[in-house]
Ligand binder design. Structure first.
Ligand SMILES: [Zn+2]
Length: 237
């Protein structure tokens, strides 16, 4: 098991760790702890580099495979037991944190004011898409949503997270809405991410600490993906 350092501190840029497993054919390593986020939950993985014994390798992909977090390297492969120094590409990660938090704010406002549930989404640094269970969506509505979300963001709302026993989390109405019951049955503890007075979600991603860090969201497009499914495209400036 790898300790996920980004869950406790999403602002952690550098860390030391030990190699606990090596996949030679894939040029990938598993670490006892990591600040690298593996692709998942709509959020792309971190990139960056590791250093060990005077060498340096790029981390070109991080992915959870059969429960193990594999760091795919370009360059030298350290042996099991090696102490490494890791550094994530912070500029990219911070943009992802801002974008991820914006996705929460948008889905919260759309639910609060239009009772449309989010059904999916993914994002890249400063751009993303969200799918909602809307029957109708118009250009006027997207302008209205954009204004409402930016109004909330500008309030400077705090974002916090805590880990709850599953049974307790499953009783929280806001979490039931986001289909907490669909999480893997083996999960006994649930990490809950909260934007003060706005949003509550079960979530293993990385977020900023205050909505004022996000910037300004722009809805740059929308289209129908079915009778009750509408896609919104966003950018952050
Ligand atoms: Zn999140």
């Amino acid at each position: 098991m790898t300790e996920l350092l980004y869950l406790a501190d999403s602002y952690l840029k550098e860390f030391t760790a030990k190699v606990i497993d090596v996949a030679v054919e894939e040029n990938a390593i598993e670490l006892d702890r990591t600040a690298f986020y593996p692709t998942g939950g709509g959020q792309p993985c971190d990139l960056g580099e590791i250093k060990f014994a005077g060498k340096r390798s790029n981390v070109i992909k991080v992915k959870k495979i059969e429960g193990k977090i594999r760091h795919f390297l370009e360059g030298d492969l350290p042996a099991a037991g090696t102490e490494i120094f890791g550094e994530i590409e912070w500029e990219r990660r911070y943009k992802l944190m801002r974008t991820h938090t914006a996705m929460h704010a948008i889905s919260a406002v759309v639910w609060r004011d239009y009772q449309a549930q989010v059904t999916g989404g993914n994002f890249a640094p400063l751009a993303g898409r969200l799918d909602f269970e809307f029957e109708k969506l118009s250009a006027d509505m997207t302008i209205e949503i954009e204004d409402k979300v930016n109004f909330e963001i500008k309030k400077g709302l705090e974002i916090t997270s805590e880990t709850l026993p599953r049974a307790q989390a499953e009783k929280i109405p806001d979490l039931i809405r986001t289909k907490i019951n669909l999480l893997p049955p083996g999960l006994t503890e649930i990490r809950v991410v909260k934007i003060k007075d706005l949003d509550l979600q079960a979530d293993g991603g990385t977020h900023v600490e205050n909505t004022s860090e996000i910037g300004t969201i722009k809805i740059v497009g929308y289209k129908s993906k079915g009778r009750i499914n509408k896609r919104i495209k966003i950018e952050i400036v």
